[in-house]
Ligand binder design. Structure first.
Ligand code: DP6
Length: 358
């Protein structure tokens, strides 16, 4: 048992906890993992603000002892049986740290601020919100939920639900995965990015263009597995360490040309890993590429440092400074929205992390 979780128990027979946790977008991507959700490489993300999950956990001590969990799950007030296996896997992974999980009946109610069918993954924010709700069951006073120790434990637990979920607890930037250039970095939890950030990154914007709303042809779980025997894995993992180190200087100096170059290289490398795994797969759509070309043309033409990044999907995240928001948004509306499914996009920006809901 790691030191972090010595003697965690709950004493109340019943209660209710409620948290909002944000989505995040990685600048340096996590792709590839080992047993127990240990990342194969370090990652660094922007915490978002408007895209979040809200989860309410009702718990009540069970009258009879059982060797299975008792979980009811609702998304937007609709019962969703198909989410329960994922939650049970999460509970299996965290039971060693929260040994009371089989002693309670749980009712979990969750909503996402972004449309369910937008193709935006809710697993990071959803697992982070649930981890926070479960951890709050163990605190002796509510003040404890404001402590760094609480956030670190929540990040540790969220990681076991979804790797990128450990970066959905704090903000505005979170780093996860042990790497020599960041002294307190850990494979076990995300940490608030510890180094100075240039003011140009304050309120940095992320406009998410919804290119494809449907579910992905290949899940992240399978994608991570395919890194196990990937011919370029070793080089890719080494590159991620180098990119984190390079970003430290970029984020400090506010060198936006270097930022654009690195962020786009990371996004394309992630998809290059998918294109070259065995079996290979393509998550980008023709409109993803059309948007990328337009963004590069616009940037060359105007000098505005707007850049793209991608998740494991077809949607495009456009990142730009707050001072360029009007011109960038104008461009998005005029030239890019036509490439989105049902003209759908979501405007977001850097956020400060999870919130306890009263
Ligand atoms: C491409 O966190 O969804 O978004 O740990 O299996 O839940 P699991 O994977 P997940 O992978 C995210 C991959 C990514 C890159 C990133 O967010 O760093």
């Amino acid at each position: 048992m790691i030191e972090l979780f010595k003697d965690l128990k709950t004493t109340s027979d019943q209660g209710i906890t409620s948290w909002e946790a944000p989505s995040n977008i990685a600048l340096v991507k996590y792709w590839g993992k080992f047993k127990d959700q240990i990342p194969a490489n370090p990652s660094l993300s922007f915490t978002l603000s408007n895209c979040h999950s809200k989860t309410t956990l009702n718990y009540r001590l069970r009258s009879e002892v059982s060797d299975d969990y008792s979980i009811d799950f609702y998304l937007d007030d609709e019962p969703k049986e198909d989410f329960i296996p994922k939650i049970k896997t999460f509970f299996d992974r965290i039971e060693a740290y929260l040994p009371f999980l089989k002693s309670y009946d749980f009712e979990i109610r969750s909503t996402n601020s972004f449309p369910h069918s937008s193709g935006i993954a809710s697993s990071a924010s959803g697992m982070a919100a649930l981890a926070l709700c479960l951890l709050e069951m163990t605190v002796k006073s509510i003040e404890e939920t404001n402590s760094e120790d609480f956030y670190q434990k929540a990040s540790f637990l969220a990681r076991l639900g979804s790797g990128s979920g450990c970066r959905s607890i704090e903000g505005p930037l979170v780093q996860w995965g042990s790497t020599p250039s960041i002294s307190n970095s850990s494979d076990l939890f995300g940490i608030p990015y510890p180094t100075d950030i240039h003011p140009v990154f304050e309120n940095y914007q992320d406009c998410i263009l919804i290119v494809h709303k449907g579910s992905k042809a290949v899940s992240s779980t399978v994608g991570h597995q395919l890194m196990e025997n990937h011919p370029f894995a070793k080089q890719r993992f080494a590159q991620a360490h180098q990119h984190i180190e390079k970003l430290i200087a970029i984020l400090q100096s506010g060198d936006l040309n270097a930022f654009v170059e690195l962020v786009e290289l990371e996004a394309l490398t992630l998809h290059a890993m998918m294109l070259t795994s065995n079996p290979n797969f393509i998550l980008m759509k023709p409109n993803t590429l059309a948007i990328i070309e337009k963004v590069r043309e616009f940037r060359a033409h105007t000098g505005i440092p707007i850049c793209f990044t991608l998740d494991a999907g077809a949607n495009v995240h456009l990142l730009y400074p707050h001072k360029d928001a009007i011109a960038s948004f104008d461009f998005i509306l005029k030239d890019l929205v036509a490439y989105c499914e049902n003209q759908q996009y979501i405007c977001d920006q850097l956020g400060m992390g999870a919130k306890r809901l009263s």
